[in-house]
Design a binder for this molecule. Structure first.
Ligand code: ATP
Ligand code: MG
Length: 718
């Protein structure tokens, strides 16, 4: 039962205000670790416990699936019982809830498919084949970026929904149109569509909007600084009836500006809602004073920010350490040794440690040293696991059983090999096109026909049909087991010689079994697939065992760990090469905020490491991050050998970049150019991604990539 005394004991005064000011528009702005999420969670429980409102009338938006899951666990602890906590979710998750209920308004079936990046690529692969385009002309990445850009506006919906055909000669436009057609035929929505379709329906159908507005008496949003315009528009729209909107966030932790985050929404909330209330919290409960002051001093270098005054009453603790290694091997080894020391001598658990990095590829080095040193670890981050081939295969079988969609069909019809090659698939595709049905239906209906009546095809259809019959009467984990055994996948992976693959599938099964054991109600295959589809790069729950956790800084948002290592704290990694190249202050400021997020995850100890050597990804020598030189050495202890030469070189390099790189040379294809060493040559390719010209040199007869910024290159005519 709810008790004010208990609440007061657990919260400070500002938090208490945040929890109990339930009516109207309320904003909490506060630094990392000040208890924003704790206040938000308590408020949720308070609305239920003290006000008697049902959880089905409260929307609580968090940033990741993992955060939502953690919030549900915390709320369960606070309120007990079996309330439906389905509205504690992410923006995407909530859009799916609305769409599953109301997408039929626009004549889409309620069991529409959600596409992830891999599905998008599968579609593109088809389109490339159909249109005869090669990945040399346009990479998938370029096309996906284009598609996403097109979808920032809602115009494309008219094309999908009203079939306003528009023909285009432009290659990328053509791909986009084909992509939309395929989406429509499969009733498949990608991530951008989820919010777009939702906003479209709410705008077009006032009765639907009113239904949702009336239903949601209270709306709570965590990590508001990273909400995009559209996302905020959604909650703002929904709050217009009851007018109870509670937003919390920290502008210094905005790390998704590159993806449309608008911290201004939070900063200007008081102007948007003049009657709103603002609560500021300044006490940090998470970190030691050393960690907090390092974070504060780094973020102070940002020009675009609202100054904050954080303090903590936590005990002094140990000093922050910067370790500079001679090479990445040494960096990894140092981290491993340090962790082992703390585990053996200080009684720490492996799960007390988190390794954070800016770029995914940094994990390789750390992983290798952990394997060598026998340190148990797991890589935290959904897509990495779910992108593994074997996981995608198993899930595609599940999806085919449930949804009959073309993507899944294409993925598994010949995996393991059933002798159904390209020609065979082509035949099926032609029938599907003609009859306007899914590929699976086309094959199923015509499998006895000449040309299609292959043994492999018949067996495949039999397998899927038999699983469809039992899918609702057995658990998802059992279904996977049967598929693995009966489809031949088990044998296929074993044959592959790759035990990792089987282990990964086992891991998938285990995770489902754990989930099945944890929930009282059994979840259906549909529900499971929905949940899986929502996993993004940033979240998979994997803390069942005592392991060190590896993750990107983005993934670590909102989380906390006793000991944190920030690895690869190297110029070109953090700040990223891309942000340096952009040269705008804005990009570097976001990198600084990322650094701030990393530092403020730590409770007891914080370590930063970097190493010398060559960085193949940036194509230059490695130096410690510029952020390390922005703060005084008093804030940390340096270990490892960092020579004055390296410091001088690094500083010179930053200075050069601060003053701006030389203007890039702009040559066109087939231009004749002159190089100081190789003489005359011709531009035969321009690589925008790498910012290089490919030049065919006459004298040597060799082709060399030359950087856009290389001063020595001149026009042959000059
Ligand atoms: P972030 O900005 O990183 O998301 P946050 O502001 O959401 O941080 P929380 O995660 O809610 O902070 O809290 C940080 C830590 O401080 C948690 O371990 C939380 O339990 C603890 N904490 C918060 N408020 C109090 C309090 N009043 N008394 C004791 N501990 C608290
Ligand atoms: Mg938080």
């Amino acid at each position: 039962m709810y008790s004010t005394e208990k609440l007061k004991a657990e919260l400070n005064n500002e938090q208490f205000q945040a929890v109990t000011s339930t009516e109207g528009y309320v904003r909490v702005i506060a630094g990392a670790g000040s208890g924003k999420t704790r206040a938000l969670t308590s408020r949720y429980a308070y609305i239920i416990g003290a006000l008697g409102i049902s959880s089905s009338n409260i929307l609580c938006v968090t940033f990741t699936n993992k955060a939502a899951r953690e919030m549900r666990i915390r709320v369960k602890k606070l309120i007990g019982g079996n309330s439906d906590l389905g509205y504690i979710t992410t923006y995407h998750g909530f859009c799916v809830r609305i769409l599953r209920e109301d997408i039929n308004k626009i004549s889409y079936p309620k069991n529409f498919i959600i596409m992830d990046v891999e599905d998008q690529k599968t579609v593109l692969r088809d389109i490339y084949r159909e249109l005869g385009i090669t990945s040399k002309e346009l990479t998938f990445k370029q096309v996906l970026r284009f598609i996403s850009r097109q979808k920032t506006q809602l115009h494309y919906l008219e094309y999908i929904l009203d079939s306003k055909k528009n023909k285009s000669k432009d290659k990328i436009d053509k791909i986009f149109i084909r992509y939309l057609e395929k989406q429509q035929r499969n009733f498949a929505l990608d991530f951008d569509d989820l919010i777009n379709f939702t906003l479209y329906i709410l705008a077009k159908y006032p009765d639907t909007l009113l239904k949702w507005q009336k239903r949601l008496h209270y709306i709570l949003v965590d990590e508001t600084q990273d909400s995009s315009d559209k996302q905020f528009k959604l909650v703002e729209l929904l709050s217009r009836f009851h007018k109870n909107l509670f937003v919390v966030g920290d502008p210094d932790q905005t790390i998704y500006e590159w993806r449309g985050a608008k911290p201004e929404i939070l900063v200007n909330f008081d102007k948007t809602y003049p009657d709103s209330k603002t609560i500021v919290m300044n006490q940090n409960y998470r970190s030691t004073p050393n960690i907090l002051s390092l974070g504060n001093h780094i973020i102070k270098n940002n020009k675009i920010r609202v100054a904050k005054d954080m303090f903590t009453q936590n005990p002094e603790g140990v000093e922050v350490i910067h370790f500079h290694a001679q090479n990445d091997n040494e960096e990894g080894l140092w981290v491993a040794t340090e962790i082992k020391k703390l585990v053996y001598e200080d009684n720490c658990k492996y799960s007390d440690f988190a390794i954070l990095y800016r770029a995914n590829y940094i994990s390789r080095n750390i992983e290798q040293s952990f394997i060598r040193e026998n340190i148990p670890y797991s890589v935290f981050g959904g897509i990495r696991f779910f992108e593994r081939k074997e996981i995608k295969d198993v899930l595609a079988y599940l999806r085919l059983i449930e949804f009959e969609d073309d993507f899944s069909f294409l993925r598994v019809v010949n995996v393991p090999s059933r002798g159904l090659g390209k020609r065979f698939i082509q035949n099926v595709a032609e029938i599907a096109e003609k009859d306007n049905v899914s590929l699976y239906q086309a094959l199923k209906t015509n499998v006895s026909r000449k040309g299609l009546n292959r043994k492999g095809a018949i067996e495949f259809i039999e397998l899927i049909e038999s699983k469809r019959k039992i899918k609702d009467s057995i658990s998802v984990s059992d279904l996977i087991k049967e598929i693995m055994d009966e489809s031949g996948l088990s044998g296929y992976y074993r044959l592959d010689g790759d035990t990792d693959r089987l282990e990964n599938v086992k891991e998938l099964q285990n995770s489902i079994i754990t989930q099945e054991n944890n929930t009282e109600e059994n979840f259906t295959l549909t529900e499971y697939l929905q949940e899986i589809a929502l996993y993004t790069d940033m979240d998979i729950d994997d803390n069942r065992n005592d392991r060190v956790k590896l993750m990107t800084i983005h993934t670590s948002k909102g989380l906390e760990f006793p000991h944190v290592f920030l690895c690869g704290f190297t110029e070109g990694i953090l700040p990223s090469a891309m942000s340096i190249k952009e040269r705008g202050k804005k990009a570097i400021e976001e990198e600084r905020r990322l650094t701030y997020v990393a530092i403020t995850r730590a409770e007891k100890a914080f370590y930063m490491t970097d190493s010398e050597g060559f960085n193949f990804s940036t194509g230059s020598n490695k130096y410690p991050s510029r952020f390390l030189f922005e703060i005084s050495d008093n804030f940390f202890v340096r270990k490892g050998k960092l020579s004055q030469d390296i410091i001088d070189e690094a500083k010179k390099k930053f200075q050069l970049e601060l003053n701006g790189l030389p203007k890039p040379k702009s040559f066109k294809l087939k231009d004749l150019v002159h190089h100081p060493i190789w003489g005359y040559g011709k531009v035969i390719e321009i690589n925008l991604d790498r910012e290089e010209y490919l030049i065919d040199f006459e004298k040597t007869g060799k082709t060399k990539p030359i950087n856009f910024y290389f001063r020595g290159l001149s026009s042959a005519k000059d």
